[in-house]
Design a protein around this ligand. Structure first.
Ligand SMILES: [Zn+2]
Length: 300
């Protein structure tokens, strides 16, 4: 199949999204290798921290055909030597002729993989599908910029709506906080050494809670609970929440009381940014006003 580089980038972003909530503290990354006519040779994604990066997986699948090919990668190739060589070096060693990148790694400060690939004489294009890449990477970038995980509050008004919100959001996050208890969102999804979930309940004071959540290694956190939960309320009023989800049940009746309707008192400055019909109702998505349209519509 032949793809344009932009179409290949969209495919790489989609592959990367398969492991949203599994790669932390690393970002989800995807890579598609094209021959000079645009024919797809191979693709790969980063499974989880401690396993080969997307570029390495794609290059392995392409084998010798990677020579002279174009690698389309969602994020700037790394300089980190871990279980596999640094990705920029793997691309150079494979004889790739061109590398197309959506977003620069903000930690590279111009000294990263892009600069080294160019020094090696590889044609590097940066910014292909950049806005679309933020659909995938906004929470990771936000976590890097803020020095703490991206916090999603699932504002369940009863146990059933909390359950639906958890089902919906668990694949998007690393850990879940439920009544103060911190657990891996989907058990066994991360490498066993990556997450450090505390045995003690999350402290009720927001600063301490944020410090504990940051120390877990998570980039995305789902917090379950209603406004009556003091720990939740303190994070909300303290301005630490980045996204709010509510669930409204379909009871096939024209009049719903406030609880079943999933109504919460949104903090000032928040807006509705998405409506997701689910099996037995609708999940409403809210974010602070003033985010760019793309950031507001980040991956579900
Ligand atoms: Zn890498």
């Amino acid at each position: 199949m032949r793809l344009t580089e932009l179409a290949a980038m969209r495919q790489a972003l989609t592959l990367a999204a398969l492991r949203t909530g599994a790669t932390s503290p690393n970002p989800p990354v995807g890579c598609v290798i094209l021959d000079p006519s645009g024919e797809v040779l191979a693709a790969g994604f980063h499974g989880r921290k401690g396993e080969p990066h997307a570029e390495v997986n794609a290059l392995r699948a392409a084998g010798a055909r990677a020579h002279g090919a174009t690698a389309v990668v969602t994020l700037e190739p790394c300089c980190h030597v871990g279980v596999t060589p640094a990705c920029h070096q793997a691309l150079i060693d494979a004889g790739v002729a061109r590398v197309v990148v959506a977003l620069e790694d903000p930690t590279s400060r111009g000294q990263g993989g892009i600069a080294l690939l160019r020094q090696a004489g590889i044609d590097v294009v940066v910014g292909t599908g950049e806005q679309e890449a933020e659909l995938l990477l906004h929470p990771w970038l936000h976590s890097l910029a803020e020095g703490r995980p991206y916090l999603i509050w699932a504002a369940g008004t009863d146990s059933r709506s909390s359950e639906r919100l958890r089902e919906f959001a668990a694949p998007q996050v690393d850990i879940v906080v439920d009544h103060g208890e911190v657990t891996e969102a989907i058990p066994g999804r991360h490498h066993p050494d990556v997450l450090r979930t505390p045995a003690e309940p999350l402290p009720n004071t927001p600063d301490e809670a944020i410090a504990v959540l940051s120390s877990t290694g998570a980039r995305r956190v789902l917090i379950l609970g209603g406004e009556a939960d003091p720990a939740v309320a303190s994070l909300v009023t303290g301005g630490w929440i980045d996204r709010i989800l509510t669930h409204t049940r379909d009871l096939a009746t024209p009049s719903l009381d406030g609880r079943t309707a999933g109504i919460i008192d949104l903090p000032a400055g928040w807006m509705l940014t998405g409506l997701h019909p689910v099996g037995d109702g609708v999940i409403a998505d809210h974010r602070p006003e003033g985010l760019s349209t793309t950031a507001a519509q980040e991956l579900r």
